[in-house]
Design a protein around this ligand. Structure first.
Ligand SMILES: Nc1ncnc2c1ncn2[C@@H]1O[C@H](COP(=O)(O)OP(=O)(O)OP(=O)(O)O)[C@@H](O)[C@H]1O
Ligand SMILES: [Mg+2]
Length: 581
């Protein structure tokens, strides 16, 4: 467990060792005064002599040791925290790198709350290991052990007596650890579930407010919070009695030494100076020993969290290589592609060819698999069968960066980071100048709404982009795609939020994005794609028809049904509007 974490300390590994060493020396200065104390007490009781100078230097030594102990302990902790927080940073960054390479499905399955918990709470727990349990634990254990060994050279009987409490303490601690470990996974599971529910509850606040104030989602929230409380209390109830026992027994290193030792001295089995020395040293070792063993009780928790972290890091990554894009063209070829998010297959052997420079439209009922097909092209998920190639190169044979450079993808649900709109657009091309960003924003028809905002393009997007309307978010995403200027463009319902007036402007913007590109457009509004080079109709995860608008309208096709339905709804809108007059 330690070795894995130590790997992540990186260049701070040495700092951890320095921290341990500093703390070891500090504890020596803690225990040292008890030796001087015994040298003062023995002469006072008439064993040996002590001069005034001898007394003064010992008292001074005790004071100096105390100061050095305090200074070195603080220094040791400073070093250990330095190393710990750098390690936490390394762990968080490497977790982020690992997650980036994993399929979206793996991440969705865990839940946002659980992942946030791993990133923040679980990794934070490693601070306890690196900054405290490891360096303080070792230092506070090593020195008492040395002292006990020394005691054996002074008087074996008394040394054994001073150790007598230890086995009881360790036994109670072992029982606690075993009992605690039993309910650990339930406790941890409850914490993860509560985190997920809280995140879901906050994200769904709009729905909760309107529909479900006292409803199911609140009850689930309440149940998970209560559940977590119950599991935590159960865990503590199992551990508390044992914790109390070892906490009270372990520091009592003098429990048997004092009565039995006195008896040995009275009987002449041991000498009084040895007895005083061992008694003093027993006092000196009690506190460090308890401190070191108290860290032991935290180890199972830390171990559990490190394992959860490792499991997340070890989840299967997407199949990809580190190669650049070496495709001969930007032809896209889906061949017999099968895919399931979970158990149920949603694409059942889809084959589709998109020629370079052409515009292909994907249409079909809601849930037929259009967005899924687009997400597979940008390699959010691995497919379970078939292949997807660009210019003859399989997606799995290139790096995600290489693929990203080839595709501008505007998703159905737009997400903006809570940074300025300018920076949100700049994500499309990180080295773009402000002027380039502004030009792209204008081309994407953002100009008019940016003017209305007090800070214009420098306005913050709000959490997830919530400060903007759906249509405004779409235009910002489109500006990002214009700026990126990649050879392949995938637009998923890019005009879904548009009113007719803006739709025209939006179509101009889209024309700007797609000119001269290889394009896949997903659209519900069929009239916007009648000029497409090919239209593919999806139904229940299959492509059922392919052709141009004219070709597909000819026979009794699925496309015709969709087209008629679209016409009907347009007429219906007009009629209701007229009736309303
Ligand atoms: N993240 C997901 N996890 C599990 N199932 C999903 C997920 N996303 C989509 N699905 C399922 O996959 C199927 C295809 O969904 P997809 O989003 O591709 O449909 P669509 O054709 O884009 O629909 P729409 O027109 O409504 O956007 C649906 O049955 C949907 O329930
Ligand atoms: Mg969709």
């Amino acid at each position: 467990m330690f070795s894995k974490v130590l790997e992540y300390t990186g260049e701070y590994k040495k700092t951890t060792y320095k921290a341990i060493l500093t703390l070891v020396v500090a504890v020596v200065f803690y225990v040292g005064p008890f030796l001087f104390l015994s040298q003062i007490i023995a002469p006072l009781l008439g064993y040996g002599e002590i001069s005034a100078a001898g007394l003064i230097w010992r008292v001074s030594a005790i004071a100096i040791c105390q100061v050095l102990y305090a200074v070195l302990y603080v220094k040791g902790l400073e070093l250990s925290h330095d190393s710990a927080y750098h390690t936490l940073k390394n762990l968080r960054i490497s977790l982020q790198h690992k997650l980036e390479k994993q399929p979206l499905g793996t991440i969705e399955e865990k839940g946002v709350g659980a992942i946030k918990k791993i990133f923040t709470d679980d990794i934070e727990n490693i601070e306890l290991l690196l900054a405290h349990a490891l360096p303080e634990g070792i230092a506070n254990l090593a020195i008492p052990l040395f002292v006990f060994i020394g005691m054996f050279f002074v008087d074996i009987k008394l040394a054994l007596l001073s150790l007598a409490a230890l086995p009881f303490g360790i036994l109670f601690m072992a029982v606690m650890l075993k009992a605690g470990l039993g309910s650990m996974s339930a406790y941890y599971g409850a914490a993860q579930k509560m985190n997920n529910t809280i995140v879901e509850y906050i994200n769904g606040m709009e729905v909760v407010k309107v529909f479900n104030r006292d409803g199911e989602s609140y009850h689930r929230f309440e149940a998970d919070v209560k559940n977590y409380r119950d599991f935590t209390l159960k865990w503590y109830k199992v551990c508390w009695p044992w914790m109390a026992l070892y906490n009270s027994i372990l520091p009592c290193t003098t429990m048997l030494t004092l009565p039995l030792g006195s008896y040995f001295v009275l009987q002449g089995y041991s000498s009084l100076p040895d007895f005083i020395l061992i008694l003093c040293m027993s006092f000196g070792t009690g506190v460090p020993l308890l401190r070191s063993l108290s860290f032991m009780s935290t180890l199972p928790q830390i171990k559990y969290k490190i394992e959860a972290l490792e499991k997340t890091m070890g989840d299967t990554a997407l199949k990809q290589s580190s190669k650049n894009f070496i495709g001969k063209s930007h032809d896209i070829k889906f061949e017999n592609v099968r895919f399931s998010y979970k158990e149920e297959e949603v694409l059942h052997g889809v084959s589709l060819e998109v020629k370079e420079g052409n515009l292909t439209a994907l249409v079909g009922e809601s849930g037929s698999g259009k967005s899924t097909l687009a997400k597979l092209l940008v390699h959010f998920y691995d497919i379970s069968g078939g292949s997807i190639k660009i210019g003859g190169q399989d997606l799995t044979k290139m790096s995600i960066e290489a693929l990203n450079n080839q595709i501008s993808y505007v998703a159905q649900e737009q997400f903006l980071f809570n940074i300025s709109l300018l920076e949100n657009i700049r994500l499309g091309k990180l080295d773009a100048t402000d002027e380039e960003v502004l030009t792209a924003a204008k081309k994407a028809q953002c100009g008019e709404f940016l003017e209305r905002l007090e800070k214009g393009i420098y306005t913050m997007a709000g959490d997830g982009g919530k400060q903007l309307s759906g249509g405004e978010r779409q235009r910002i995403s489109l500006a990002r795609a214009i700026l990126k200027n990649a050879p392949i463009v995938v637009l998923d319902e890019a005009t879904a939020f548009m009113d007719p007036e803006n739709e025209e402007k939006m179509n101009e913007a889209i024309a700007e994005v797609i000119s001269g590109k290889t394009v896949i457009v997903i659209a519900h509004r069929l009239h916007s794609i009648i000029n497409a080079d090919q239209i593919c109709v999806l139904k229940n995860g299959n492509i059922v028809e392919t052709g141009t608008h004219a070709e597909l309208l000819r026979n009794e096709s699925e496309y015709q049904k969709l087209w008629n339905a679209a016409q009907d709804s347009a007429n219906w809108k007009v009629t209701t509007a007229k009736e309303g007059l």
